[in-house]
Design a protein around this ligand. Structure first.
Ligand SMILES: CC(=O)SCCNC(=O)CCNC(=O)[C@H](O)C(C)(C)COP(=O)(O)OP(=O)(O)OC[C@H]1O[C@@H](n2cnc3c(N)ncnc32)[C@H](O)[C@@H]1OP(=O)(O)O
Length: 430
């Protein structure tokens, strides 16, 4: 049996992220993922090469996109003999894709692979309602004019044409991600000021990273955008503090609502890709290794029957991964915690600092403790960059790998919360 091998992160490429219904309003998932992949292929000289596997996905996709990743590969300059498939694990999709590719490389099943993710809320798969859908399918398979007229007679005006619009909500609770997070914010006493400060830092740090040219070799301009469109370098605590709460604004706790458009990640369109390979492949292709993809862990919480917050699964995944890796929470030079909402990042950090949570929920004798906040999301994160659900994992892996490469040594933690009560986490090392 093949022993486990080291997995190299060679680099990444994404397109700038756009605000929903804006620059990329007419771009499809395939267009955007294709653009991110084309940039990666060009950057690393992969044209005409057969890559072991391309794994990517989208959280929201049309039925025509049933084989999205393979279609994108066929439209790319990669050798068409490159296999590809889709995965979907909500906001964890991009990172989970990287884990799948990394595992195959580690086991010696492939030498090189590409992970990616894409999402658009502008081109959401709006479906017709159940009655109309069934009638249209029958209409399509009717063989005679008489049969067609009989089926068509079922189409009564207006009401049946009411579309089913995808909602950013949990099917089992009916609550949006934001409303779930608002409950968690209350549970952990996360105050408004701390959320706004985190949001401000995210914008300031992302802006500074752009100024330094950090993203120059991680991004391909697309449809006129050269930077993430949501970035607001001129935002301030005053502006953020003036915004009205938008989540947790109904029910008995409405007066304590703290989550606004400024301290929540915005609805976003975009795509990202990451190139992973074995050490041997990297050497043969004369490509430097940015970082090693060394550990991963996925967890889920029962937010339906239990009292745990919908987005709290990383609070469980990270300690399990640390235990396996023999590390403490403080053994990191960088922490990349996906900013779904500022309150979510702060609630997760509070849970790791809490002796009760760590004892009762994690079974630990002592809390994981606090982290050095200066090491958290040093180049900004989803509050400033935006969050095209499945594309966030690739953005983070590429960013962290480059940070570690620039530092020359060290370790970085990735933590991504996801719908359905899931959390996907990983460690990169250099
Ligand atoms: C696992 C996970 O990741 S879960 C997370 C999944 N993602 C989500 O749930 C998405 C959550 N976000 C949303 O649903 C939406 O972005 C909302 C509801 C928060 C906001 O939507 P919108 O109201 O359309 O946002 P919009 O961009 O118009 O902002 C509203 C106002 O805030 C202002 N604003 C937003 N951010 C900032 C900022 N950083 N600084 C200053 N002002 C700001 C805007 O300028 C706008 O002001 P205006 O009304 O005067 O024009």
């Amino acid at each position: 049996m093949q022993s486990v091998r080291r997995v190299a992160v060679i680099g990444g490429n994404r397109i700038p992220f756009a605000r929903s219904n804006s620059r990329y309003a007419h771009a499809s998932n395939a267009d955007m993922l294709g653009a991110a992949l084309d940039g990666l292929v060009a950057r690393f000289g992969l044209a005409g090469q057969r890559v072991g596997e391309v794994v990517a996905g989208a959280v929201l996709k049309h039925s025509r996109d049933f084989n999205l990743t393979r279609e994108v590969v066929l439209g790319s300059r990669l050798d068409p003999h490159t296999p590809a498939y889709d995965i979907q694990q909500a906001c964890g999709t991009g990172l989970e894709a990287a884990i799948l590719v990394a595992n195959k490389i580690a086991l010696g099943q492939i030498e090189v692979g590409i992970a990616g993710g894409v999402d658009t809320t502008s081109d959401a798969p709006l479906a017709v309602n159940e009655d109309l859908r069934r009638t249209l399918i029958q209409l399509n398979s009717a063989r005679t004019l008489g049969e067609r007229l009989k089926v068509a007679a079922k189409l009564r005006p207006l009401q049946p044409f009411k579309p089913e619009i995808p909602r950013n909500a949990e099917p089992r609770t009916g609550l949006s991600m934001g409303d779930h997070a608002a409950k968690t914010a209350l549970r952990w006493n996360v105050d408004r000021q701390a959320q706004d400060e985190l949001a401000l830092r995210s914008h300031q740090r992302l802006a500074a990273a752009y100024e330094k040219g950090f993203f120059d070799d991680l991004m391909t301009p697309y449809l006129g955008l050269t930077r993430d469109q949501n970035l607001r370098p001129d935002t301030s605590l005053e502006k953020l503090g003036s915004l009205k709460p938008v989540f947790g604004t109904k029910g008995p706790d409405a007066a304590q609502a703290t989550m606004t458009a400024g301290n929540s990640s915005p609805l976003t369109d975009g795509a990202s890709t990451v190139l992973l390979a074995s050490e041997e492949w990297a050497r043969e292709h004369h490509l430097p290794v940015l970082a090693w993809f060394s550990w991963s862990e996925t967890a889920a919480v029962d937010f339906v029957h239990g009292d745990e917050g919908l987005l709290m699964a990383p609070a469980y995944a990270v300690p399990r991964m640390l235990a396996r890796a023999g590390l403490t929470l403080q053994d990191f030079d960088y922490y990349e915690i996906h900013e779904a909402f500022a309150s979510q990042v702060l609630a997760t950090l509070a849970a790791w600092e809490s002796p009760e949570f760590c004892k009762e929920r994690l079974g630990l004798d002592a809390p994981l403790g606090s982290i050095d906040r200066e090491k958290l999301n040093v180049n900004g994160s989803s509050l400033a960059a935006g969050h095209p659900f499945a594309a966030t994992g690739g953005r983070i892996v590429a960013t962290l790998a480059k940070l570690l490469d620039q530092k020359g040594s060290g370790r970085g933690l990735i933590s991504i919360c996801a719908a359905g009560g899931q959390g996907v986490t990983a460690i990169l090392e250099r």
